[in-house]
Design a protein around this ligand. Structure first.
Ligand SMILES: Nc1ncnc2c1ncn2[C@@H]1O[C@H](COP(=O)(O)OP(=O)(O)OP(=O)(O)O)[C@@H](O)[C@H]1O
Ligand SMILES: [Mg+2]
Length: 498
């Protein structure tokens, strides 16, 4: 019933059979080809330009043009046998070629109609797109879409430049972040992960590699020997060490902000008085000490405040001796701070204290150069409003690099992250995004993004990412490699993400 009209003899000199022939109006930045053999969207092709030599392009669209009219389609519906003639065409967007100085250039004169087009060979792709192979410092994240080329980020620049991993809910952010963490662990990079959902501790265990049509060359492996886990709720996380903070440098308004009576001026003044009294009498004090001071006042107005502080005390976050940064950060290790179950205000305060301590201690060299990874970053450095950790994230984004404190932010809402932070991320890893505001927030900030690639972000399948930065010179579409360790993320849809 079907017949392909374009069957042609490839009489060119290239070793591989041609995938198409240039036809119609031919430009310098885009052209159409008649497709001769299997070709997929987003694959790279190469075309010989008469003045330049081989030039790389990528397939931005494919169409089957058929002679089946509406009337004939109706006849098929009524049982008729109809011959359909079809021709497949593809649109190619030209990426360019490397000139003698190694700079990426695009041709200034059009290609010729009738030219053969080929699957790009690995070496030409690598040279033109600037894909490097690293012997020591490569973080392997996956294979170039449609090609057997390993895509690696340069660990050195990854740590020195901030990273953003953005995708809609369930888009594969945590999965890919796990890949990156595995690579950082292999290279003994010191890392601290702020993990609001408690999904990274599973990396201690080895994962299960699912069957795939691609050979990613990944073997299951657990990272228990490289991971230290701290949790705010060690009862639910028996394998984790307890995360504790001293109260001595928490001000009354910060403490009150953790309660349900955060805006009460009366309670704030009671609390201030109680804390002042304690500070005058001892260096370290606990929540119980504050509660006792308030109880001694025998003022009925204090009742609500006492109840709230008791509730906070039950959470066991504050103790007379807190977790030391030297316990939290160990050279060459990955520390997971599991915040699962921690109320948002408390999580913001904890994140603020950890990040502030890391930044200050890094400045004086008291902690090693390291990478700070933040899941759900829009909660800790939001574009609108201010939370406890807003300021420190701006500071780390702007100055962290200077002091060897790299930042990786992960979020399902690019538009809701502080622009001052997002704009500092020079390595961008983008998975499927459909929300128009989020798309707008990222598209403007990715250098070298072609219109068709920007459009493609909405349609990326799960497990496919667009990456640029850290040694990758232009946006590449990457099939994300499987995890060696167990992935702990479970995607939960929330109304605002849909
Ligand atoms: N590269 C991949 N290969 C195979 N499966 C994947 C890949 N990426 C994601 N998945 C699957 O998709 C699911 C969702 O991925 P993941 O947990 O990383 O999403 P997410 O973007 O972090 O979502 P959320 O916003 O809810 O945290 C995973 O449970 C995993 O099974
Ligand atoms: Mg996730």
């Amino acid at each position: 019933m079907f017949s392909e009209e374009d069957s042609s003899q490839d009489n060119s000199s290239f070793a591989e059979p041609a995938v198409g022939i240039v036809y119609g109006d031919v430009g310098t930045t885009s052209l159409n080809i008649s497709v001769l053999s299997k070709l997929q969207k987003l694959e790279y092709v190469q075309i010989e330009h008469e003045e330049i030599g081989w030039v790389i392009g990528h397939v931005s669209d494919i169409q089957r043009k058929t002679d089946l009219s509406l009337d004939k389609a109706r006849m098929i519906g009524q049982g008729a046998e109809i011959d359909i003639h079809e021709k497949t065409t593809a649109k190619i967007e030209i990426i360019g070629y490397r000139d003698e100085r190694g700079l990426l250039q695009v041709p200034r004169t059009p290609f010729r109609a009738g030219q053969y087009v080929y699957h790009a060979d690995d070496e030409t792709i690598k040279r033109t797109l600037g894909i490097k192979e690293y012997t020591k410092t490569g973080a392997y994240i996956g294979l170039l879409y449609g090609h057997n080329i390993r895509v690696e980020l340069d660990i050195n620049s990854l740590v020195q430049k901030h990273v953003s991993i953005l995708a809609k809910t369930g888009g594969g952010k945590s999965f890919l972040c796990g890949d990156l963490l595995e690579e950082l662990m292999k290279h003994n990079v010191t890392v601290l992960v702020l993990d609001p959902h408690g999904e990274y501790a599973s990396m201690k265990e080895e994962g299960r590699i699912l069957e795939s049509t691609r050979d990613f060359q990944v073997e299951p492996k657990g990272y228990a020997d490289k991971i230290i886990e701290f949790a705010t709720d060690p009862q639910s996380n028996p394998d984790a060490l307890p995360l504790r903070f001293t109260l001595s440098n928490i001000e009354a308004n910060d403490l009150l902000s953790l309660t349900n009576i955060k805006n009460s001026k009366v309670h704030l003044s009671y609390l201030k008085k109680a804390i002042e009294a304690l500070r005058n009498s001892k260096q370290d004090y606990s929540l119980k000490d504050i509660i006792n001071v308030l109880k001694r006042e025998e003022d009925l107005n204090n009742y609500a405040l006492i109840c709230e502080l008791q509730y906070l005390d039950d959470a066991q976050i504050f103790a007379s001796s807190g977790t030391k940064i030297s316990e939290l950060v160990k050279t060459g290790m990955t520390t997971i701070v599991n915040l699962k179950g921690t109320p948002p205000e408390l999580a913001e305060l904890i994140v603020n204290r950890i990040c502030t301590a890391l930044f200050e201690l890094r400045k004086i060299g008291a902690v090693p150069p390291m990478m700070l990874v933040v899941e759900e970053a829009h909660n800790f450095c939001p574009q609108q409003g201010t939370v406890a950790s807003s300021k420190i994230f701006r500071t780390i984004a702007a100055e962290g690099r200077k002091f060897g404190l790299g930042l990786t932010i992960i979020s399902q809402r690019a538009a809701k992250i502080d622009k001052n932070v997002l704009s500092q991320c020079n390595t961008q890893i983008i998975l499927k995004i459909t929300n128009p505001n989020d798309l707008k927030a990222i598209v403007g900030s990715v250098e070298g993004l072609t219109a068709s690639m920007a459009d493609e972000i909405q349609r990326l399948p799960i497990g496919v990412a667009m990456c640029v930065g850290s040694g990758i010179q232009m946006p590449l579409i990457v099939e994300v490699r499987p995890r060696e360790s167990k992935h702990g993320g479970e995607s939960v849809m929330v109304i605002s993400d849909i």
